[in-house]
Design a protein around this ligand. Structure first.
Ligand SMILES: Cc1cc2nc3c(=O)[nH]c(=O)nc-3n(C[C@H](O)[C@H](O)[C@H](O)COP(=O)(O)OP(=O)(O)OC[C@H]3O[C@@H](n4cnc5c(N)ncnc54)[C@H](O)[C@@H]3O)c2cc1C
Length: 464
């Protein structure tokens, strides 16, 4: 039987597609509105012939069974790869394993620097154990306490400055425990076997999964409406009115929103000043990903490499060949790399034309020591809202907006990464969407609580 309910879903990224699929499973057909010309959001995979670009190197791992089950329902087993994780930091020409391994740091950086790092590490750990516990005031304090001043400076200070374009002393540290693993001091034979640290990956990149999700929706009678940017929304007598950039107004009984939280507040009828101020305090970092296919084969034994030093403008380099051989044409045997530049969404670099970007990337290829290799192919992708910034006012601002929306718009469901202003992965986007749909059907769940614990988020992930 056709349902009389008519929810509207904003955004066809992982959160929006998951919400739409869940609604369909419950017998309700939503309208799915996507601002751009493609589905998948930040986790899409742009193609150029047989070349595929992963915007950020998307590892698939989760602790949530319902997320894993949906992945399995959308793509058959032969489309999933099981990829061993190996990543490093490139410091003064040396690849130091990341997450950090004590023995590797000491041997790679030389005895003098190793001893200096060790004494700084030990000193700060002792200081920390003597001071009352509690959340450090900022990221710099967190990093210094965790790694000692010397290793914090070498490994994290430069990278965090590049990623967030901010002084680490002005950044909150509440994400750090979830994202950054402490140094592993175990001896090799006691350490986890490398085969235990694997992640899943769709053969043709993350977007393959989200294309499959969109195809499943089309089969169920829900075709995502592309190039449909939501500009305004309001509610009257229990009906939602959602206005697109071309003036079309769509009506519905509820709204699931993965558009950036501050844009959502701006699109609603004027909120009280304190809520508008909170929204204006939410900021993002953009990302430019440049995929470069170098004709020669260079052995880089890592999936990705962080580049904290000033000799590189990029902050991280993906080694796509180590993710999947299906990201490049069959038989091609060169080196396919993805250079990541963290930028201000409205900054100069985001506005730079392709030829200016090419010059920057060429300099980074030279810094990597691969300047002599011929370039077979280049792809560029600009993502405006890639990283929700975690500064000291974020938590308070998000709480203020969340409470206001809950009170005034109970049938409006913010979800996903930018939709909740959370520096989180696809599985958070998916589970927050699932919980939002459960709430729509009367379930007693709170999507804002998904992934709210502060433990290291790769502990206890599902292996199958
Ligand atoms: C560099 C990088 C690396 C990452 N690595 C990983 C990883 O290893 N593993 C992992 O699981 N996750 C990773 N992620 C995170 C992952 O990409 C996100 O968690 C996920 O894409 C969030 O899904 P979402 O649907 O909430 O948001 P998005 O993917 O941002 O999708 C939101 C969609 O809403 C649309 N939209 C916005 N405004 C409007 C509007 N006004 N009207 C209509 N539509 C609108 C957007 O165009 C977009 O398509 C990474 C992200 C980045 C940037």
């Amino acid at each position: 039987m056709e349902s009389s309910r008519s929810p509207i879903v904003i955004g066809a990224g992982p959160a929006g597609l998951t919400a739409a699929l869940r609604l369909v499973q419950n017998g309700v057909k939503p309208r799915l509105l996507e601002a751009t010309g493609h589905v998948g959001g930040l986790a899409r995979t742009p193609h150029s012939g047989d070349w595929c670009l992963d915007p950020g190197g998307h590892r698939f791992f989760t602790k949530y069974e319902e997320v894993r089950d949906l992945w399995n329902a959308l793509l058959p087993p032969d489309q999933w790869l099981s990829v061993p994780r190996s990543s490093a930091m490139l410091v003064d020409g040396e690849y130091v394993k990341y997450p950090l391994v004590g023995r590797d740091i000491v041997t790679k950086l030389g005895v003098g620097r190793g001893l200096r790092g060790l004494s700084s590490y030990a000193g700060w750990r002792m200081l920390r154990s003597g001071s009352p516990s509690g959340q450090p005031a900022n990221f710099e304090e967190w990093g210094t306490h965790e790694f000692g001043r010397y290793w914090y400076t070498i490994f994290f200070d430069g990278y965090v400055r590049k990623t967030w374009l901010a002084d680490p002393a002005e950044l909150a540290s509440d994400w750090a425990n979830q994202r950054i693993k402490p140094i592993d001091w175990t001896w090799r034979n006691k350490r986890k076997h490398p085969s235990e640290d694997v992640f899943r990956y769709p053969r043709r990149g993350p977007g393959q999964l989200w294309d499959a999700a969109a195809a499943a929706l089309v089969d169920a009678g829900v075709t995502p409406t592309l190039n449909a940017r939501v500009e305004r929304l309001w509610t009257h007598d229990g009906t939602w009115y959602v206005e697109l950039h071309d003036g079309e107004v769509i009506e519905g009984d509820a709204v699931f929103s993965s558009m950036p939280l501050q844009t959502l507040v701006e699109a609603l009828p004027a909120a009280p000043r304190r809520v508008r101020v909170a929204a204006s305090n939410l900021h993002h970092r953009g990302l430019i990903t440049v995929a470069v296919a170098l004709h020669d084969r260079h052995e880089i034994p890592f999936n990705w490499v962080y580049t904290p030093g000033g000799e590189f403008l990029c902050g991280r380099i993906q080694n796509y060949g180590r993710w999947s051989k299906n990201l490049h044409p069959a038989g091609w045997d060169g080196t396919f790399l993805g250079f990541e530049y963290f930028v201000r969404p409205d900054g100069e670099l985001m506005a730079a034309d392709d030829s200016s970007l090419s010059e920057i990337v060429e300099a980074d290829i030279r810094a990597l020591g691969l300047g002599d290799s011929r370039v077979d192919h280049v792809m560029m992708l600009r993502s405006q809202f890639a990283y929700p910034v975690y500064d000291p006012v974020r938590e308070r601002s998000v709480a203020r907006i969340r409470n206001y929306l809950r009170r005034h718009y109970p049938s409006l469901h913010p979800m996903g990464r930018n939709g909740m202003h959370r520096y989180d992965n696809q599985d958070h986007a998916m589970l927050s969407a699932m919980h939002s749909v459960a709430r729509y059907f009367g379930g007693d769940v709170d999507p804002w609580q998904v992934n709210a614990d502060r433990g290291y988020h790769e502990a206890g992930v599902l292996k199958k």
